[in-house]
Write a protein that binds this ligand. Structure first.
Ligand code: GLN
Length: 201
């Protein structure tokens, strides 16, 4: 394990799976859509896509993936969560629908209805720590991070102050969608992490 083409699983119950798959394959990774626990075997990275976290949560539980995914995240596998995926990774969600659960793993608090309707969706350029020039990204009904725990670093904030990218070294959580604008550097960083991860089998 730890070769040049890491095997990345994309949670494929709902959301923008195809955009992530395409970008990861362009970066030289092997990908597998995750729909059942059998699909989790041997993965070196996990992507939780954008979509709708309320639906994703329900499907994850219906397909009996919740505990296996939590165990996988607990094994230290590199994770990339975008938008709804960030919500799924957050330990605390302040404005979920009734009964909504997250997988957790990332010690942050997230608000999923952070932007008013006027700013529901927008494109912008964002400075992200660790990248040497701004990224062009889309925000689509985006969550923001309202609290960050120990060991979690803020990688990007909007000019207005909202935290929109967080990283604990294992889980990279983004409010926005680089996979939609074709911005590949954050995916490349994630693929690099996955390449040096040995799955616990
Ligand atoms: N607001 C959505 C949610 O609650 C996320 C939107 C997105 O992933 N583009 O899941």
């Amino acid at each position: 394990m730890g070769g040049n083409a890491p095997l990345i699983g994309i949670l494929a119950l709902q959301g923008d799976v195809a955009e992530h798959r395409e970008m990861l394959q362009q970066l030289g990774a092997d990908t597998r859509d995750i729909r059942s626990t059998a699909d989790l075997q041997g993965l070196q990275g996990l992507v939780i896509p954008g979509g709708e976290s309320t639906v994703m949560d329900k499907l994850v539980r219906r397909f009996e993936l919740k505990t296996p995914l939590q165990e996988l995240i607990g094994s230290g596998i590199p994770v990339l969560g975008t938008c709804a995926g960030l919500i799924m990774c957050a330990n605390t969600l302040t404005d979920g629908i009734e009964g909504q659960q997250t997988l957790g793993g990332l010690d942050v608090t997230v608000s999923r209805n952070a932007f008013g309707s006027q700013r529901e969706s927008f494109d912008t350029e964002l400075t992200v720590s660790g990248l040497d020039s701004p990224v062009a990204v889309s925000f689509i009904r985006a969550p923001i991070v309202t609290q960050v725990g120990d060991g979690v670093s803020v990688r990007a904030s909007l000019p207005s102050g909202e935290i929109v990218a967080v990283d604990n070294g294992q889980i990279l959580g983004l409010s926005f969608h680089p996979e939609i604008t074709g911005e590949s550097r954050l995916h490349a960083e994630f693929v690099g992490r996955a390449a040096s991860f040995s799955p616990v089998s």
